[in-house]
Design a protein around this ligand. Structure first.
Ligand SMILES: [Ca+2]
Ligand SMILES: [Ca+2]
Length: 117
C-alpha cells in the first residue's frame, strides 16, 4: 500500500515537471515572438543585426536564428528556430498552436547489441 502511494506521488511529480517544461517552452516562444515585433524598429518585417545588437536576450542568439547567414532574421527563420529550440509550432498568424515533443525527448537509435560483427 505504501509503495503504491509513493508511486502515485512520483507519477504526479513527473507530470508536474512535464507541465512546467511545456509552460516554460511556450512562454519562451511567446517572448521571442514579442521581441521580434518590438525589435523590428523600421517595421520592414525582418530583424537586421543592428536592430538586435543591443538586446541582451536576442542579440547573442542572432547567428543561431539567422540560419542562411544573410544578416537578417525573417519570421520564417524565427518560426523554425522556435520549433527547434522549444518544440513549439507557430502558425502563419503567429499563434502557438501545438506542442511537439521537445527536442531532448527524441529517441536515440542504438546499435542492436544482439548482432555480433
Ligand atoms: Ca527591421
Ligand atoms: Ca536570414
Amino acid at each position: 500500500m505504501k509503495t503504491i502511494s509513493w508511486l502515485v506521488l512520483v507519477l504526479a511529480m513527473s507530470a508536474a515537471v512535464a507541465d512546467d517544461r511545456e509552460t516554460y517552452n511556450r512562454r519562451a516562444a511567446e517572448t521571442d515572438l514579442a521581441a521580434f515585433r518590438l525589435l523590428d524598429l523600421n517595421r520592414d518585417g525582418v530583424l537586421a543585426s543592428e536592430e538586435v545588437r543591443a538586446d541582451l536576450d536576442f542579440g547573442p542568439r542572432f547567428d543561431d536564428i539567422d540560419t542562411d547567414r544573410n544578416g537578417v532574421i525573417t519570421s520564417d527563420e524565427l518560426r523554425r528556430y522556435i520549433e527547434r529550440a522549444y518544440g513549439v509550432v507557430v502558425t502563419d498568424t503567429n499563434q502557438l498552436v501545438m506542442q511537439l515533443s521537445p527536442p531532448s525527448a527524441v529517441p536515440t537509435i542504438r546499435a542492436n547489441p544482439a548482432v555480433s560483427p
